[in-house]
Design a protein around this ligand. Structure first.
Ligand SMILES: *Cc1c(COP(=O)(O)O)cnc(C)c1O
Length: 241
């Protein structure tokens, strides 16, 4: 990573921060009401460490292996890292113990996380991921499945429910905003039905293309990748025969 790369990232983080502040002000919300989660999938430890020195509040990873490796390398600089990607049950062991698992969307996952947290004697913060548009290609629980998940979570003393996470369809900002509003309504409707152990305070929604709309609709955390790190560079596909 060159000095110029660092400089560019610092500028991008400043810009995102300014846009978050502007969105909060426009919504008559207080400054500081939104946490900035840097979605650092595919970014190496050096880049992540450089981001940790900037004004991001926490990191989010999609793959448990990346979380474990970058964490071991000290890349997060003491900042929290959340699991924000789809979680397979065979990866629960490695995921439990991170500051928050945002992608809990089914009973099997709830039970597996509870069992592992109990075994380790810790309390795991989680969000329920909701598939607000019913997209078959995406993970997340259907809105109608949430009350049952809340009930099941009440029977899991080593889980602490913190709120909801969502990834709406990649659409225009107007359409995204309608989905964000729907998730916010769910967040409010479910609040009285939370187990006593819950701390229902987190609404994780909004990415690089739509975080202003999410903030307008009440997001308390935005997960921003490319607007901080630049366009993602996936490994080149293998040459075609
Ligand atoms: C990649 C990712 C983001 C950030 O996406 P950008 O469009 O790059 O900001 C947020 N949330 C999740 C779950 C992601 O996988």
């Amino acid at each position: 990573m060159t000095e110029q790369d660092r400089q560019r990232m610092a500028e991008r983080v400043q810009r995102v921060r300014a846009q978050i502040d502007a969105a909060l002000a426009a919504a008559h919300r207080r400054p500081g009401e939104v946490l900035l989660c840097a979605a650092s999938k595919t970014q190496g430890p050096e880049t992540v460490a450089a981001a940790a020195a900037l004004a991001v509040d926490l990191f989010g990873e999609n793959h448990v292996q990346e979380l474990v490796q970058k964490s071991a390398a000290g890349a997060y600089g003491g900042k929290p890292c959340h699991m924000i990607g789809h979680l397979q049950t065979n990866k629960i062991r490695q995921a439990v113990g991170c500051e928050m698992i945002q992608s809990v969307d089914r009973e099997k996952l709830l039970r597996g996380i509870e069992a592992e947290a109990a075994r380790r004697g810790l309390c795991q913060d989680i969000l329920l991921e909701v598939n607000i548009a019913g997209e078959a290609s995406k993970s997340g629980a259907a809105p109608a499945a949430l009350p049952a998940l809340l009930e099941q979570a009440a029977a899991c003393p080593h889980l602490r429910l913190r709120g909801l996470m969502t990834i709406p369809p990649a659409a225009g900002e107007d359409e995204a905003r309608r989905y964000f509003a729907a998730v916010r309504r769910l967040f409010e409707q479910l609040a009285p039905h939370c187990p006593a152990t819950a701390r229902w305070d987190t609404l994780s929604m909004g990415m690089s293309g739509d975080f202003a709309a999410a903030i307008a609709e009440g997001a308390t955390m935005v997960r921003v990748g490319s607007a901080i790190f630049g366009p993602r560079q996936y490994p080149a596909p293998p040459p075609q025969p």
